[in-house]
Design a binder for this molecule. Sequence first.
Ligand SMILES: Nc1nc2c(ncn2[C@@H]2O[C@H](COP(=O)(O)OP(=O)(O)OP(=O)(O)O)[C@@H](O)[C@H]2O)c(=O)[nH]1
Ligand SMILES: [Mg+2]
Length: 624
Amino acid sequence: MILGTAGHVDHGKTALVRALTGVDTDRLAEEKRRGITIDLGFAPLRLADGRLLSIVDVPGHEAFVRNMLAGATGVDLALLVVAADEGVMPQTVEHVTILDLLGVRDGVIAISKCDLVDAEWLALVRDDVRMAVRATALRDAPMLVTSATTGEGVEALRAAIGAAAGRVAQRDGDDLFRLPVDRVFTVRGTGTVVTGTVWSGRLERDATVRLLPGGMRARVRGLESHGMAVDAVLPGMRAAVALAGVDVRQAARGATLVADDAWRPSRLLLSRVALLSAMSRPLGPRTTVRFHLGTADVGARIVKAGGPIGPGERAGVRVVLDAPVVARAGDRFVLRGASPLVTIGGGIVDDPQPPHWRSRPVAHAPDTAEARLHALLESAGARGVEIAPLPVRIGAAPRVVSSLLVPGAPPAPSRTIGDRLYAAPVLDELGRRVRDLVDQHHAKFPMDEGVAIESIRAALAVEPDVADIVLEELSGSEFLELKGAVAMRRGWLPRLSDADERRLQDLRQILEAAGREPPAVDELEAASGVAVLPMLRLLERSGEAVLVERHRYYAAHAVRDMLHTLAEGMRDGREYSPAELRDTLGLSRKFLIPFLEYCDRSGFTERRPGGRVLARRAGQSGIA
Ligand SMILES: Nc1nc2c(ncn2[C@@H]2O[C@H](COP(=O)(O)OP(=O)(O)OP(=O)(O)O)[C@@H](O)[C@H]2O)c(=O)[nH]1
Ligand SMILES: [Mg+2]
């Protein structure tokens, strides 16, 4: 469990932490010299019930709010410190706002330096502080009067912190490990060490981790919490992780240590933001702001469809980042203006890994993992969503995601195909479209056997394995049958009317009579005045006609004759030029080349640089 301090510069945060823990968290020489905190300090606090609380002590100076943010993120409890002599000051207000935006829900307020004021003044300051927090999560926080100098109120403060800690819900250890890095340094003999607060999951020694956004892989060589070697770290613990395989220059505050592949750095986040009503002007899409999530601090533009976001407004937006960050659905972030540097608002991530650069925020952003999954599946449609990153994209532990993937699980019945997930209604709809395509084809071409599966795939325009699954399932049903490359209604038989039967007979005769030089499909069509292609296909299926070139069918026996002639006229192994073969076959050039290409395709001849050779003898080929 983590407690973060908050409050204006010099209000006595560090002094109170030392009074509570005995640890001086101002460790830098510059901090000692200037008497202020610059960067984060850490100290363990043993509670009366034996539990260990980690304190993150933050700087109050306005120049170091970004460091305060890196410390305040991921805390369970706040300790707001307001000096009795100065009362509420600008960073008192800003820090409270930041805690609120980060979703810190509980804490304790200390009115410090009480040795410097009298009772009357103290009462006024208490009223001021109550006013300052009345619209925030700290409105009901207990308020204690303390002095680090005299020790007054310090034990009562410890007890109040203990009581607040008892109200904090235990974080889920059975989840994906994530640690936003707040410090990086080298230790002699150990190598690179990164520290941070464990946000979720657990990490053990020897585990393989990745440091994002760079993606360097490393082995956990050692683990410590508050200077003590441990075998594993759990959510809400401070952790120092010694990494084998990472150079200290490859890591910095703002990186995120993860162990699972579901985590991916992203430069686009679909989010909801709320801007503070105290902002002086609206925020347009071209203004760069500072975006703080975890310990990351990057430039960003906040893009709302339909114009700028006004002070006090809440909106669904696209957060476009200058550099990739690691985020999870449900994460909270803070926005600060780039100039002047003030907190301007914050938000919640709805989708940290939108599939497209142009993805839009959904109008009513869902708040539960189920609802997020539902929304993702719906907007993905027939594209489906990748399963691996779902725990990050919907912000739920892997076992929760698994329970949502059970087929038919409400409220988002879905189906897994390969490594993707599809909304069940989307697949049903694809099935309906296949049935419609087949029905329409049968109605239009009653003589046809069915629809080419390739053309069904093209019409569906979905991932090939999705089309496969839809077809496969339909073919198992009483509706559809797949025969070779064609799909048809189960039990479908091509139908011929008496008139069609007569036309078919005419066509047979025309092809027979045309012999080695038959008319093309459009010529036949022009002559007969009806659509002949279905009839030609029927003749092809029954083995009476052969498609030798595009749009030209031959009577099968004419083809057999020609192959026979070739087999007779060609000696094994000898290469023949087209001119020689033209003489053998007695064809004009217009018919010769397509026929020879047909012979190559069907394996009867083989085309070599010096000419064609006989590849198979008539009778062996199955053609003749
Ligand atoms: N009289 C009196 N002085 C105090 C008390 N607590 C702190 N101080 C003094 O106030 C000054 C600032 O105290 P810090 O604890 O460093 O204040 P801080 O809030 O940590 O300051 P930053 O981290 O820089 O924001 C120091 O000179 C302390 O000695 C107190 O209870 N009584
Ligand atoms: Mg300090």
